[in-house]
Design a protein around this ligand. Structure first.
Ligand SMILES: [Zn+2]
Length: 150
């Protein structure tokens, strides 16, 4: 049991070979939200209160990126002390959402360019008494293609 990898935050993404973020879709107007919505629809002109889980697209385009000089808000959990800056990407999905995430291990701002395609991957974030805890990250697709060809 100590060797199982589990999400650092429950219910935010699926795991497996093709992980995907889990959002919700308003049953009244179809607005998609991430993180999942459980109370009121984000659409101000909709009074929908019923939502169904939906998996978001695994690929999106880089909308913005930065070196994180400050510790991000939850569900980020610091894996090092003192804090070490890393690359963060804001990625626009076909659903119209912009999802912030760390860039995959081994990549930095030099690998990112606005408009480039990135793909969701799930990587270890830290290890606690239950084993490895994972989170989602954005991986530049050009690099992913190169790896699968080698
Ligand atoms: Zn709605």
């Amino acid at each position: 049991m100590s060797e199982t990898a589990t999400p650092a935050v429950e219910g935010w993404f699926t795991t497996g070979a093709e992980p995907a973020l889990i959002g919700t879709k308003c049953q009244s107007c179809g607005t998609i939200s991430f993180p999942r919505e459980t109370t009121f629809c984000k659409n101000p002109s909709c009074s929908g209160e019923e939502f169904a889980d939906t998996e978001l697209s695994r690929r999106g385009t880089v909308w913005s990126y930065t070196d994180a000089q400050y510790q991000p808000p939850p569900p980020y959990i610091p894996s090092s002390d003192p804090y070490v800056p890393f690359a963060l990407a804001a990625v626009e999905l076909p659903e119209g959402l912009v999802i912030l995430g760390q860039v995959a291990d081994g990549y930095g701002v030099d690998d990112l360019k606005v408009g480039n395609t990135v793909e969701l991957v799930v990587e270890p974030l830290y290890t606690d008494e239950t084993g490895v805890r994972t989170t989602w990250r954005w991986k530049p697709v050009a690099a992913a293609v190169q790896e699968s060809q080698s």
